[in-house]
Write a new protein. Structure first.
Length: 593
């Protein structure tokens, strides 16, 4: 939907979402960058697309609707051919008994589109306005059951399983069953919210596994005779050498599903039974996630926001592979990304593309390492630098020198927790006084599965369970229980866990949450939907700086940080379990040492 700048001004004023003087600044930026006010206010999170659509709905006197795709009958939907529905971003979502057809459009002011649809299905229409994302998700219903389609294509190939596995041009052509299989595997993975696809040849079948919410799940088995054609098709898409099967290869390609663009990072590896392929799925249309959505709250959020406003220094994010470090940095950089700031990054690989940020990919073969890339970045007049990972003492020294010379540096480091990060820098031959003066904050993090808010269950733990939890999380004493209750109240006041009632009192744990065994349609019957981070954010206070100068151990630094107000990852996870975001078992699984 394209709304004129004049109408956007009226809607913003009516909804009182702008601060004094902000409209003039927006108009000036829109004129300078030759962009519409609509694009700017959504990009800057001044108003959400949904709220803007609702405001326009009231202004134009066209009812707003939010459609649940599962409520649409297939016969009603298909009255408008898919090609026309996609062309005009329109969906016929309901036909009532009296024959009234309820039509939702992204742009109901498009008279030409409306005339065309009326000629196609009749004029007994009731018109609504809906968001683009909502309409696109409804249009996915034209496809039917992707998994069923996949099985039908696989069955055709299974019938030919006695044929020798000889690869021909027809096998990997654009319209071949193999190409359909790859397309359906990708589409099914994206619909399942998978982060990775594993294609793994075994002795007598090809195993297909998806990583969903951090856990690998087998979703299908393909006949072994298709393995070469399947992997060759993926190699063609990602521009890799088809005939090279002895060495690992890396590539990328992009696809569009449901109106969103996804980048797939492809890695091949020779294994005993053939060649394995892993594809990482990256949603390129993703808006930056706020710190609150990531799970930051209280002191952790305050420390990270304070560190972000420093003119120079270093902020480090630590955790194992797959703990969400890149996502945290992507969120922070998106918040700092303004026209008057030069942000430059050196990454391996570039996972998230950020408009307006200069992102550089490392290339070891060409001599572009983190160290050489960082050295080059410093000659590019940056205000903010992001180094994908500090792997060696040369990169660490350059990052510290950059922080000392007036740059704000963000990077990641592989350590178990925030406190271990500081002695790790000592191991990289960084002088203690440099660590003390440059490091502003260190974030330690893990990811836990988030409970499905639609079907989660509250339960009262037994006395034995309460005792075990109290010992595990060191909250057995009355003072600790009271402190934990106060922390939960603070988290609830910041809307962590939404309107979930308090799970603790000053005397102990009252209730906890668990997944429903059978789950629901919303969480694909798993009981969990998505993931949330648990964090510890170490503020480099004066007391911590003294310990660094004295070459203190990570345990001594951790104890002092807790005295200074840091919540450990385990404590943060415990509060999130009380608030119904996750389960106690999930927190223990990722934090138990």
């Amino acid at each position: 939907m394209r709304i004129s700048d004049a109408t956007i001004e009226k809607l913003l004023e009516q909804n009182k979402v702008l601060k004094s003087g902000q409209l003039a600044d927006l108009k000036q930026e829109a004129s300078r960058s030759r962009r519409s006010l609509q694009d700017l206010v959504i990009q800057k999170n001044i108003i959400t697309e949904k709220a803007l659509t609702q405001a326009f709905s009231a202004h134009a006197n066209i009812p707003f609707v939010e459609i649940n795709p599962t409520d649409i009958k297939h016969d009603d939907l298909t009255k408008i051919p898919e090609r026309i529905a996609r062309q005009y971003s329109a969906v016929l979502f309901k036909i009532t008994e009296d024959g009234v057809m309820h039509l939702a459009m992204e742009d109901p002011d498009d008279v030409q589109a409306l005339d065309f649809i009326e000629k196609e299905i009749g004029d007994n229409l009731k018109l609504y306005i809906a968001t683009r994302d909502n309409i696109l998700s409804c249009l996915e219903n034209y496809r039917g059951d992707v998994n069923q389609e996949l099985n039908e294509v696989i069955d055709i190939q299974r019938e030919d399983s006695d044929k020798a596995d000889e690869l021909s041009t027809d096998d990997i052509a654009e319209d071949s069953p193999i190409a359909q299989t790859v397309n359906l595997l990708l589409e099914y993975a994206i619909r399942s919210s998978a982060s990775d696809i594993h294609i793994e040849p075994r002795e007598d079948f090809v195993q297909i596994r998806y990583r969903i919410d951090g856990s690998l799940q087998e979703v299908n088995r393909l006949p072994i005779n298709v393995v070469n054609a399947l992997i060759s098709r993926v190699k063609i898409l990602s521009n890799l050498k088809i005939d090279e099967r002895r060495v690992p290869q890396d590539g990328r390609f992009k696809i569009k599903v449901g109106g969103k663009q996804y980048a797939l990072r492809v890695s091949t590896l020779p294994i005993a039974d053939g060649e394995k392929v892993v594809m990482r799925i990256l949603d390129e249309s993703n808006q930056a996630i706020t710190l609150e959505q990531l799970g930051y709250w209280g002191n952790s959020r305050a420390v990270i926001l304070d560190a972000m406003t420093e003119p120079d220094g270093m902020v480090l994010v630590t955790g194992p592979t797959g703990s969400g470090k890149s996502t945290s940095l992507f969120s922070v950089l998106s918040m700092l990304n303004k026209p008057d700031v030069n942000i430059s990054t050196i990454e391996d690989p570039v996972e998230y593309k950020i408009k307006g940020v200069n992102q550089t990919q490392t290339n070891a073969k060409a001599g572009m390492t983190f160290a050489s890339g960082l050295r080059a970045l410093l000659r590019q007049d940056p205000n903010i630098i992001m180094v994908g990972e500090v792997r060696d003492s040369e990169t660490a020294n350059l990052a510290v020198q950059a922080a000392l010379t007036g740059h704000l540096v963000f990077s990641t480091l592989h350590t178990n927790n925030a406190a271990t990060c500081l002695p790790r820098l000592l191991d990289m031959d960084i002088e203690p006084f440099l660590i003390a003066s440059t490091v502003k904050a260190v974030v330690g993090q893990r990811l836990v599965r988030r409970l499905c808010m639609n079907c989660r269950q509250s339960y009262q733990p037994t006395e034995e369970e309460k005792q075990g939890i109290s010992n595990m999380f060191s909250v057995a004493s009355p003072d600790k229980l009271k402190q934990m209750h106060e922390l939960e109240k603070q988290a609830a006041s910041q809307k962590l866990g939404g309107d979930t009632p308090l799970g603790s009192s000053e005397t102990g744990i009252q209730s906890l949450w668990k997944p429903t065994p059978e789950g629901c349609d919303e969480c694909n019957h798993t009981g969990f939907k998505g993931r949330v981070g648990i964090y510890e954010v170490l503020d480099n206070s004066r007391s911590i700086q003294k310990l660094i100068m004295a070459n203190a151990t990570s345990n001594e630094i951790q104890d002092q940080a807790i005295i200074d107000g840091m919540l450990t990852m385990q404590t943060d996870g415990f509060i999130k379990a009380l608030r119904g975001d996750t389960t106690i078992e999930e927190v223990i699984k990722v934090t138990k040492e």
